[in-house]
Design a protein around this ligand. Sequence first.
Ligand code: NAP
Ligand code: ZN
Ligand code: ZN
Length: 354
Amino acid sequence: MIETTNIKAYGTAAAEAPLNPMDIQRRIPTAHDVQIEIQYCGVCHSDLHTAKNEWRGTIYPCVPGHEIVGKIIRVGDHVSKFKVGDIVGVGCIVDSCRECQYCQEGLEQYCEPGMTGTYNSPDKYLDAPTFGGYSESVVVDENYVLRIPENLDLAATAPLLCAGITTFSPLRHWNVGPGQKVGIVGIGGLGHMGIKIAKAMAAHVIAFTTSESKFAEAKRLGADEVVLSKDEEQMGAYTGKLNFILDAVSAEHDINAYLNLLRVDGSLALVGAPENPLPVAAFSLIMGRKSFAGSMIGGIAETQEMLDFCGEHNIVADIEMIDIQEINEAYERLLKGDVKYRFVIDMASIREKS
Ligand code: NAP
Ligand code: ZN
Ligand code: ZN
């Protein structure tokens, strides 16, 4: 029998319902678990896609949140990597099979039987789905917990746990670096991290945005050039010029317009996950032996590598802090692309105001 405690959370009971306060159960830490008091939790567009069942398969009630930072308040008897008081992070993965080829290679996100997501996955311990970081605390096996570099602002570090690793991993995998022209499409939570990280990897970064209000700011974030993607003339100037494109757009858009910007043998990796399929014209790929690929978050070791890289380069997200009570309004604004560039929930608000 697993012992549990009741804690406060914010979640939703149905696709059309708003997020509301609710109580959930967390297990008492078992031998290898740590319990983390959540201080900040980022708001990823995936939280919104899942809360609204846009990818189908949402199990209700659903408590989103997978950009978690906080303080360890309790450890299990056999925890060796962390102690009470440590400041740590939890991203999108809280467990995996640990035995398959991918887990062995540090690619837990592609675990064969399936990783355990921080929310909306079957819980290995309780007869319930996993519940995410829009809550007071979380209990996680120490092997899926990350160390946070001390020099980084904690609230602004939370988004690294998803937006940071989701952009870092493909930029590394496709060997982005000096002498390369890299496009970042969609300057939201992921995209703005993509600009910062690609720049720190010493690439020449070109930001593509539909928002005129982000035009000047993309340069402040580190882009060498910025393109208003609605403007065909501006887009045309980059035909055949880019080595790699990272597409972080959350909604339907014309992918062929970007494939046309790649050089011969160039690749476009999707990290954005729109609700509906994106049509790809065969000739967009055939002409120039191009690759159209995808990438999902990153493994645990790589997430630590990303955090250490961001610590060295002083990279955090640009954030707008909210209380948990403002989450429904934040979702409305996220849908309109009206956030610069990541909402982060101050979780003290769930303890003090709910
Ligand atoms: P976000 O902050 O909402 O940013 C998305 C950006 O896409 C917007 O800021 C906007 O950028 C652009 N955009 C939105 N609607 C558009 C439209 N109709 N046409 C063209 N561009 C549009 O979202 P996010 O949190 O960065 O997440 C982005 C996507 O990545 C989501 O689908 C999310 O679920 C997915 N995701 C995937 C992974 C993974 O592992 N692959 C991990 C996390 C998130 P501009 O204003 O600059 O045009
Ligand atoms: Zn996410
Ligand atoms: Zn596995």
